[in-house]
Write a protein that binds this ligand. Structure first.
Ligand SMILES: *Cc1c(COP(=O)(O)O)cnc(C)c1O
Length: 476
């Protein structure tokens, strides 16, 4: 399998070449040159496989430069009951007839990003060892991504993590999760500034090509194809569970998914699964007040928000001004027309901050051919949904999952199980749970008292030169 860029101008590459790369050299994102097709005989064969082996079957369709035995070992080492809490790894929890949650947040940092990041950590270690290379991951986080990356890379040979975060602005639980890590290869850098300052520092360092090459700077952000393909697996696992048993045979029943969305990474994996032939009816995209994507699927206009128009909400991991993975879907929607994608996401977005596909026949295909629908929810909706779910089902859900559940209910259809992806556990966003329920959410035992553990963090000014010196000293 070879990979192409959404902007049409990069060389075709194999999986391990793009694994350690971020953007393609032409500024586009990598996608496989075609989606492998899965027929009903294959689905029947996969039904009942343990999660790790299902992951191997799916990944091996996309990865032809890691020997099968090694890839299977990597999957088995990643998706264990010990790391993810259950033998199913992503168990379904039924709420009411035709509506259930798929638990994706029982990994080490209690958010769905662990599903892909844990695999990425093992793939990085494997590939770096094979090449005899090292990698320094530099990132900016306001919460979930940074901790998922650190827990995935801690103790891994050949990898160091330098994670910047805005000093004093993450929740106490999120700070404790990250700063309590004592591993020598994990470096927390609290920047005296806001999240945008952290992102600017990462950009400035990455744009210094000499520094980047000399210190082998890389990233783990959600545009990495390896993260996306790892996420494809839980759409299959959700389908198998929601349609079991299936005496009529594979394909007799479809399912729909609702996905709380920010950067379009999670739901893009659903689009890939559907494109491979997984019987998915609707992909329901849920946003919070930051409704860039809901606006597109309603109107055909993709309009990037300015910083001042990006709201701070109680589902903060969905507070985005533009959706960094969205270009992948638009590439497919426009019949894989690289030059056109380049003009839309390159020239038009930089000149006008938006593009308009409402008059393009392709826009209709988003709904009709690709099954997308969308909705948006608000803080009041989240609080009401958390309260209602607790009262009726004795289940506590987090604010992001609540955005999903709220929108999912509007799109449930008879005979089509609706699966809402649970993207975080409520303990990560305790203040909203207290607001909704009047009491603290349950805390998994391994996190008892983490706020009191010693913290390993360096507070630094928002100064690119100082960060570079810090990285250089650690690599010396
Ligand atoms: C990252 C994140 C999201 C958004 O996922 P995307 O892939 O960016 O669409 C939603 N919920 C939680 C809890 C997250 O951490």
């Amino acid at each position: 399998m070879l990979y192409v860029s959404t902007r049409g101008h990069a060389d075709r590459k194999h999986f391990c070449e793009i694994l350690l790369e971020g953007l393609a050299p032409d500024g586009g994102l990598y996608l496989p040159e075609r989606y492998p097709q899965v027929d009903s005989a294959t689905l029947a064969k996969w039904r009942g496989l343990p999660y790790a082996d299902l992951a191997f079957e799916i990944l091996s369709l996309y990865i032809d430069d890691i020997p099968a035995a090694d890839l299977r070992a990597i999957c088995r080492k990643t998706y264990t009951e010990k790391v993810f809490g259950t033998t199913e790894i992503v168990p379904l929890k039924k709420l009411e007839d035709g509506l259930c949650l798929e638990a994706l947040s029982n990994g080490p940092t209690l958010a769905f990003k662990d599903m892909a990041m844990q695999l990425l950590g093992n793939l990085f270690e494997y590939e770096l060892a094979r090449r005899g290379e090292e990698l320094n991951i530099l990132g900016a986080t306001s919460g979930d991504t940074g901790s998922a990356a650190e827990y995935a890379m801690r103790g891994k040979k050949g990898v160091r993590v330098f994670m910047t975060s805005p000093h004093g602005r993450m929740s106490p639980f999120q700070q404790a999760q990250m700063f309590s890590l004592q591993d020598a290869n994990i470096h927390n850098i609290a920047i005296e500034g806001v999240f945008d300052d952290c992102q600017d520092i990462v950009k400035a360092v990455s744009n210094d090509l000499d520094f980047k090459r000399k210190y082998r700077i890389g990233t783990v952000n959600s545009i990495n194809w390896a993260r996306l393909v790892a996420q494809v697996v839980y759409y299959f696992a959700g389908y198998f569970q929601a349609t079991s048993p299936l005496p009529e045979g594979e394909g007799a029943k479809k399912v729909s998914f609702t996905v709380p969305s920010g950067n379009f990474g999670n739901i893009c994996a659903g689009h890939v699964a559907r494109s491979m032939g997984l019987p998915i009816d609707k992909l329901v995209l849920a946003t919070n007040e930051n409704d860039v994507l809901d606006e597109f699927f309603r109107t055909g206009v993709y309009r990037v928000r300015a910083a001042a128009d990006t709201h701070e909400t109680s589902s903060p991991s969905m507070d985005i001004s533009k959706a960094s993975n969205f270009e992948r879907f638009v590439f497919d929607l426009l019949g894989r027309d690289g030059p056109r994608v380049k003009s839309l996401f390159g020239e038009q977005l930089s000149a006008q901050g938006k593009f308009d596909l409402s008059a393009d026949p392709a826009f209709k295909h988003a709904r009709e051919r690709y099954g997308f629908i969308s909705g948006k929810s608000t803080h009041a909706d989240r609080i009401a949904t958390i309260r209602d779910t607790h009262e009726r089902f004795k289940a506590t859900i987090d604010t992001h999952t609540a955005d999903g559940l709220k929108i999912a209910r509007q799109h449930v259809q008879p005979g089509v199980p609706m699966i809402v992806l649970e993207t975080a556990l409520p303990i990560k966003f305790a203040a909203s749970i207290v607001e909704a329920l009047g009491h603290e959410p349950e805390r998994p035992p391994q996190f008892e008292g983490i706020e009191k553990l010693p913290k390993r963090v360096k507070v630094m000014p928002a100064d690119v030169k100082a960060i570079k010196e810090f990285i250089a000293a650690e690599c010396a």
